[in-house]
Design a protein around this ligand. Structure first.
Ligand code: NZQ
Ligand code: ZN
Length: 395
C-alpha cells in the first residue's frame, strides 16, 4: 500500500428532501449574494429550480442567474458567467445541475479571482490557488464533481477538452437528493454508471493492488451495475437511486485513490478527445475506450485483470483466457444496458482515427507540464499506442 493523505473538505448533505437546506448553508457561510448557474432547463421541469430559489429567498440570499450550460460545457459560457459574476459582485457560485454545470461553476469561481484568461489554468500557465466559494446541488450522479476539486471544460474554438484540479475548487457544500434523478433520461443514468465505473477502474488498474482498495472497488462496481439494472427497470426506485448516487460520489472523492498510485487516467484522456471532437457524452466515450484499452494493456499486470474477471464477473479459470473473458463480460454488460461499445456505434468512422490521435497527443505533447510525449501509469502510451487502442475500439 502506498502512503496517502486523505483530505476531503466538502460537506455533503445527502438524501430525500435536502435541497431546501441550500439557502441556510449559504447564509451560514456569511454569503449574501450568489451567481446561480444551471443548464438547459431540466431543473425548471422537475421542480429543483423552485426548491432552490425558495430556499435562497427564505434565507435572504440575493442571486443572479446564468443558464444554458451545455453538456460538455464550453469556455465561452464560462467567460460569460465570469463577467456577470464580476459585474454583479457575487460572493459565491451556486451550480445546480450535473457535472457540466458544477464544473463550470468551479471554473467561474476561480476565473472571477484571476486577472488573466482562466483558460490559462487548463494549459499549464496558471495553477488555481484561489476561488470564490462553490456550492452545488447535484441533479445527476456520474462524475463525482460534487465532492472533488476537478473541472473539465471544452475550448470550442480549438476543440480542446482539458481538466483542472485544485484544492480551491472543492465545493464548500454539496447537496445530493437522489429522488430528483427520477426524471433523468435512461441513457443519462447509463452514462453516469459507466463514468463512475471508469473512475474506479482508472485507480484499480494503475499498477497498485492494495487489498482493501481492491475490495472496495469491486464491491462498488458490482453495486453500480446492480443499481443501474434496477433503475432501468424502475426509474423511481429510490433505494436504487440513493445507492447508485453514493457509489458515484465515492468513485471520485478520494476513496478509491487510497493506497494507490494516483490512477492511470489514459482512458479519460483519450475519451476527452472523443467528446471534444464529436460532442458525445463522456460516459458513452468511456464505454468505447475502456474495454479497448484493457485489451491493449492487460499484459502489464495480468494478475489484476484476472482478479477483475474473477471478483467483478464471478468468472472462473486462469491466465489470458480468463482475462479476455473478463473484458468481454464487461463489454457485454455495457452493451446490455445500452451503452455504445465501438466508435462505429456512435458514427465515428475508422478514417477519423488519425485526427483523434492528433487531438489526444496535442494535449500531451504541447500543453501539459512537464512536457512529456507519453501518458498513463500502468503503461506509458505514445502516439502509436493510442492509434492501436482506437483501432481495437473501432468495431
Ligand atoms: O442541461 P439540463 O437541462 O440540466 O440537462 C442535463 C443534461 O442534458 C440532464 N440532466 C441533469 N440532471 C437531470 C437531467 N435531466 C433530467 N433530470 C435531471 N435530474 O443530463 C444531461 C447531462 O448533464 P451533464 O451535467 O453533462 O452530465 P454529467 O454529470 O455526466 O457531466 C459530464 C461532464 O463532466 C465531465 C465530463 O467530461 C463532462 O464534461 N467530468 C467531470 C469530472 C469531474 N469534475 O470530476 C470527471 C469526469 O471524468 C468527467 O470528465
Ligand atoms: Zn469520467
Amino acid at each position: 500500500m502506498e502512503n496517502f493523505v486523505f483530505h476531503n473538505p466538502t460537506k455533503l448533505i445527502f438524501g430525500k428532501g435536502t435541497i431546501p437546506k441550500v439557502g441556510e448553508e449559504i447564509k451560514g457561510a456569511g454569503i449574501k449574494k450568489v451567481l446561480l448557474l444551471y443548464g438547459g432547463g431540466s431543473i425548471k421541469k422537475n421542480g429543483v429550480y423552485d426548491q432552490v430559489v425558495d430556499s435562497l429567498r427564505g434565507n435572504g440570499i440575493e442571486w443572479v442567474e446564468v443558464s444554458g450550460v451545455k453538456p460538455n460545457p464550453v469556455l465561452s459560457k464560462v467567460r460569460e458567467a465570469i463577467e456577470v459574476a464580476r459585474r454583479e459582485k457575487v460572493e459565491a457560485v451556486l451550480g445546480v445541475g450535473g457535472g457540466s454545470v458544477i464544473d463550470s461553476a468551479k471554473v467561474v469561481a476561480a476565473g472571477v479571482l484571476y486577472e488573466g484568461d482562466i483558460w490559462d489554468a487548463f494549459v499549464g500557465k496558471y495553477n488555481i490557488d484561489k476561488a470564490l466559494p462553490v456550492f452545488a446541488v447535484l441533479t445527476i450522479s456520474a462524475t463525482g464533481t460534487e465532492m472533488n476539486g476537478n473541472a473539465v471544460i471544452t475550448n470550442e474554438e480549438t476543440l480542446e477538452k482539458y481538466g483542472v484540479s485544485s484544492k480551491a475548487l472543492y465545493p464548500k457544500v454539496s447537496i445530493v437528493d437522489p429522488s430528483v434523478q427520477a426524471t433523468l433520461p435512461r441513457e443519462q443514468t447509463v452514462y453516469g454508471a459507466v463514468d463512475a465505473i471508469a473512475h474506479i477502474l482508472e485507480y484499480y488498474f494503475d499498477g497498485s493492488s492494495p487489498e482493501i482498495s481492491n475490495e472496495i472497488a469491486e464491491v462498488t462496481i458490482k453495486t453500480i451495475m446492480k443499481m443501474t439494472e434496477r433503475l432501468l427497470a424502475d426509474p423511481n426506485d429510490y433505494e436504487a437511486r440513493a445507492n447508485f448516487a453514493w457509489c458515484t460520489t465515492i468513485a471520485l472523492n478520494g476513496t478509491m485513490a487510497v493506497g494507490r498510485r494516483g490512477g492511470d487516467w489514459s482512458c479519460h484522456r483519450i475519451e476527452h478527445s472523443l467528446s471534444a471532437l464529436y460532442d458525445i457524452p463522456h460516459g458513452a466515450g468511456l464505454a468505447i475506450v475502456f474495454p479497448a484499452w484493457m485489451r491493449y494493456v492487460y499484459d502489464e499486470r495480468p494478475e489484476q485483470f484476472e482478479r477483475f474477471a474473477r471478483k467483478v464477473f464471478d468468472l472462473e479459470g486462469s491466465g489470458e483466457e480468463l482475462i479476455l473473458n473478463g473484458i468481454e463480460a464487461f463489454k457485454g454488460w455495457l452493451r446490455k444496458v445500452g451503452a455504445p461499445v465501438t466508435l462505429k456505434d456512435v458514427g465515428i468512422p475508422e478514417q477519423d482515427i488519425e485526427k483523434i490521435v492528433d487531438n489526444v497527443m496535442l494535449l500531451v505533447e504541447e500543453n501539459l507540464k512537464p512536457r512529456k510525449a507519453t501518458f498513463g501509469k500502468l503503461k506509458a502510451l505514445g502516439r502509436d499506442d493510442v492509434r492501436e487502442i482506437l483501432k481495437i475500439a473501432a468495431k
